[in-house]
Write a new protein. Structure first.
Length: 357
């Protein structure tokens, strides 16, 4: 079974139906799986010289693979079973489509888990491909590729800094200035061991979190940002792009959306004042209060406050650094639906095309 060009398309990276119908030349169909700390996602897409067209738009399942990994350094049995169930579902979807290649990427939680061999072996038995546990620098490169390669905002100027805020880690990636280095070329990157799940499990254990817990979480994030700043000159950025579920969820909430709509979120510019106010509001809510907002995926309700802490501290630091570096009042960011998963698919497709497959 094959989904045609009349199928729903996900965001501005895809061609419209007319373009799809007239595309000529060599193309490949590839699949990517992004297995993170909180969720696992599948995407199948057709890649050619004109770009990327969805065959199966993003399928997301919140499995919380990283449950307790920050404390135990092991995958919990129940977390593994949730993830295997999602993999079996993905295997069924993949069996319905011709795919030239599949890449399964695992990130922060898997890097830290001592029993990852069991996980890798079982996933391979289900999907026929072994998970590739990538370092934070590769995660950063792929997220940057997708976020900058799909950027259409006319007012967005390089250098770009991409914030990829996940459940277990947060990547800061600075791109070139478009002169000495291409705007989509990574100049510096750093992966911080802080994310929405880690901050929640490590600090925000009360419901709602106490003031001292929030202060501790902020101090923790700030220490990691200090380490990142020794590697990434964040002050050189002229445009901030935020990717991942936390960023897009908080963007939708700041926009006042009653339900999540990726077509309204993707590419929108959010000012710091609105972002900070939204982050603070939802950080101080109880889980029950957050659950009344249909904009938040049920799998993010308990950790969105932890993500809000990371987002607020990172945005604030970049804004201050940009002003100190070149006097620019950097007080907004662009939300993008195109992060690591799109990067996995684009990169795989480009490599196959380059090799003449």
């Amino acid at each position: 079974m094959s989904m045609g060009c009349d199928q729903p398309m996900d965001g501005n990276v895809q061609q419209d139906a007319a373009e799809c119908a007239t595309t000529s030349g060599h193309a490949v169909t590839v699949a990517g799986i992004d297995c993170g700390t909180n969720s696992i996602r599948l995407k199948i897409a057709r890649i050619d010289e004109q770009g990327m067209t969805d065959v199966v738009p993003r399928v997301l399942r919140v499995v919380r693979l990283g449950q307790g990994v920050d404390q135990t350094h092991r995958f919990a049995d129940e977390a593994l079973e949730r993830t295997y169930a999602a993999c079996r579902e993905f295997a069924q979807i993949l069996s319905e489509h011709h795919v030239d290649a599949l890449r399964f990427v695992a990130t922060s939680a898997t890097r830290d888990a001592q029993n990852r061999e069991e996980f890798e072996r079982t996933v391979e038995s289900i999907l026929g491909v072994r998970p590739e546990v990538i370092p934070g620098t590769e995660e950063a490169r792929l997220s940057f590729l997708a976020a900058t390669g799909t950027l259409t905002n006319p007012d967005a100027q390089p250098p770009y800094i991409v914030i990829d805020l996940g459940g277990g880690s947060t990547e800061l990636v600075l791109g070139g200035d478009g002169v000495s280095a291409p705007a989509t070329e990574v100049v510096a990157a750093y992966s911080m061991n802080v994310g929405s799940v880690r901050m929640t499990e490590r600090h925000l254990v009360s419901d709602p979190p106490t003031a001292s817990q929030i202060d501790d979480a902020m101090d923790d994030v700030d220490r990691h940002i200090d380490e990142a700043c020794a590697v990434v000159p964040i002050g050189k950025a002229h445009t901030i792009i935020g990717v991942s579920g936390t960023v897009t969820t908080m963007t939708a909430l700041a926009m006042g959306l009653q339900t999540y709509d990726h077509t309204k979120v993707d590419g929108v510019r959010v000012d710091f004042e609105s972002a900070f106010a939204t982050d603070d509001t939802f950080l101080h809510m109880t889980r029950a209060q957050r659950a009344t907002f249909k904009t938040i995926h049920p799998g993010r309700i308990d950790v969105v406050g932890g993500g809000a802490v990371v987002l607020t501290r990172v945005l604030d630091r970049i804004g201050q650094a940009a002003y100190d570096d070149h006097g620019q009042q950097l007080d907004s960011f662009i939300a993008s639906e195109h992060g690591l998963l799109d990067g996995i698919v684009l990169d795989l497709g480009h490599r196959l095309l380059a090799n003449g497959l």
